[in-house]
Design a protein around this ligand. Structure first.
Ligand code: NOJ
Length: 557
């Protein structure tokens, strides 16, 4: 597609512009799942214009940057993670001009913009895959096994369920670690490298401040594509290095991209970043992705998957901080995203825990990602009818597993995709469009309906209903983010654990102490200071503080 655009808008000038500590080291980045954020044209699907119109809300919320999920030309077999043209905007979401406008508006507001890049696979509608000769060079084709090649080349399973291979009309097979509509690229081919560097430059020229790299652990496959020889591969993903995930070879690609990002940024006096969506078996292996010459951030999914339990949380935090410190990188905390059960539901269906977990996350050293709607305390929607579902995992995986009630112990598989622990284990339930205002669906999402039905009882959860209510989750997030910007002790920097009763975590940051009561009941302890912010009302009597069950409090010390 060709569209004339003017020169890119400059990145925000403060804070953290240019070389120096790095704006991303303690940034709070808000994930906009474009399809479900705000709809400007009434087709029931969120779009770039809708997102642009709502940027002042994000500025007011107090985040530093937004990450936009894929809005590129795509048949939408996997919510846009099946890209047919990496340089075009899908008409569902708008035009390239809309993307340009959004980036400019964000920069005018002082917000940076990160976009997704999907290098492990393309759509099967991508022109490369459509051309049989090109496809055989640039994707992974193999002859089948069995007498007439009727069996897949190896035993690898798709993350979405079923074999990771599909047979072509010509009788050979191609690899798709995700849906069959998402063939894996052949990163042994230098043309693939060249193309992705060109795609990055295209979006950098439009002014973006970085990339979220999809399946950053997947591009390189072990030589010979060896069998795994084990059933239930879903359990192994993220638990060990596999012939298709977390191969050491991926790091050379990330090093090349870091050179590109640094070179581009240096020439323009800005810092552009890469954030890895990488599932690695240990904190140490994850830290390899953020070595000084690789990417800037890597989502900490071990923290996301940690149970609500003091000792477990503490060991995940310690392991994460030690691993990233060993390579000089900050830790990148996250609790929710478009692939996992929303943390309100995941943490036992408890909004109290979700609010406490968020305050804990925002008090830890490093950067944090928020997923749209978590600031409203949205739960996972667990009763979507089958006929509205779109997650390819639902159709390929566990349709038979049937629905489970809300708050069940749904597993979040370490592969970027929530597993089928029940209906709430699929990914549509966390992608229901945001409620902005009003008492009835679509709650101000747009002038039409919404692509997934919103619950009838979300009237009290809208942005409008929560704004100005000091007890609301939205105001809790606003205050937390405001304090995080204002207090020098938060964000990047040192932390140390402080003594605390069983079931309670306590740690200090400069000028601050954070307590987290993971128990379901009140706990008393000597008041450590003056409460600054708490996820639930905390009382201090005669120098004794009572921490409510499932709460987190920030204390000035
Ligand atoms: C991770 C993305 O977040 C997820 O939504 C997608 O299905 C897979 N990668 C495949 O691209």
């Amino acid at each position: 597609m060709t569209q004339e655009l003017t020169s890119p808008s400059p990145a925000p000038q403060a804070p953290g512009t240019g070389r120096g500590p790095g704006w991303w080291r303690d940034a709070v980045i808000y994930q906009v799942y474009v399809r479900s954020f705000a709809d400007s044209d009434g087709d029931g699907i969120g779009d770039l214009r809708g997102a642009r119109e709502r940027l002042p809300y994000l500025k007011d919320l107090g985040v530093d940057a937004v990450w936009l999920t894929p809005f590129y030309a795509s048949p939408q077999a996997d919510g846009g993670y099946d890209v047919a043209d990496y340089r075009a905007v899908d008409p569902l979401f708008g035009t390239l001009q809309d993307a340009d406008d959004l980036i400019r508006t964000a920069h005018d507001l002082g917000l940076r913009v990160i976009v997704d890049i999907v290098p492990n696979h393309t759509s099967d509608r991508h022109p490369w895959f459509q051309d049989p000769a090109l496809a055989r060079q640039r994707y992974i084709f193999r002859p089948g096994k069995g007498e007439s090649g009727e069996l897949p080349p190896n035993d690898w399973e798709s993350v979405f369920g079923g074999p990771a291979w599909a047979r072509t009309d010509r009788g050979d097979w191609y690899l798709h670690l995700f849906a069959p509509e998402q063939p894996d690229l052949n990163w042994d081919n230098p043309e693939v490298h060249t193309e992705f560097e060109a795609i990055m430059r295209f979006w950098l020229d439009l002014g973006v401040d970085g990339f979220r790299i999809d399946v950053a652990h997947g591009m390189i496959k072990a030589p010979g594509l060896p069998d795994i020889g084990h059933g239930a591969q879903a359990q192994l993903i993220g638990a060990q290095v596999l012939p298709f995930f977390d191969q050491d070879g991926v790091h050379a690609i990330h090093r090349a991209w870091r050179r590109l990002l640094d070179g581009y940024g240096d020439a323009r006096g800005k810092q552009v970043i890469g954030v890895a969506e990488a599932w690695a078996p240990t904190a140490e292996r994850l830290a390899l992705y953020v070595r000084p010459d690789e990417l800037h951030q890597a989502f900490n999914f071990q923290f996301l998957n940690a149970p609500w339990q003091a000792d477990g949380l503490r060991s995940v935090i310690d392991a994460s901080l030690a691993a990233t410190a060993s390579v000089g990188a900050p830790t990148t905390w996250v609790l929710s995203n478009h692939d996992v059960v929303r943390h309100t539901t995941r943490l036992g269906g408890s909004l109290a825990r979700a609010r406490a977990a968020t305050l804990l996350m925002l008090a830890l050293p490093g950067s944090a990602y928020l997923y749209q709607g978590e600031e409203l305390g949205l739960p996972e929607v667990t009763d979507l009818p089958d006929e509205v579902r779109q997650d390819p995992a639902f159709f390929r995986g566990g349709r038979e597993t049937g629905p489970a009630g809300p708050g069940t112990d749904t597993e979040s598989a370490p592969d970027g995709v929530a597993t089928a622990g029940g209906q709430d284990g699929f990914r549509d339930g966390c992608r229901v469009p945001l409620p902005w205002s009003g008492e009835l669906p679509p709650y101000g999402f747009g002038p039409g309906g919404s692509w997934l039905p919103q619950p009838a009882d979300w009237g009290g959860l809208t942005v409008a209903a929560q704004t100005g209510d000091p007890a609301s989750t939205l105001e809790l997030y606003r205050t937390a983010l405001e304090l995080r910007r204002r207090l020098p002790g938060l964000g990047d920097g040192p932390m140390s654990w402080a003594p605390a009763p069983d079931g309670v975590l306590a740690f200090t940051r400069p000028g601050l102490l954070c307590t987290v009561n993971t128990l379901g009941h009140d706990v008393g302890l000597p008041a450590p200071g003056t409460p600054l912010l708490s996820s639930a009302p905390v009382t201090v009597d005669d120098a004794t503080a009572r921490l409510p069950g499932d709460s987190c409090t920030w204390w000035a010390i």
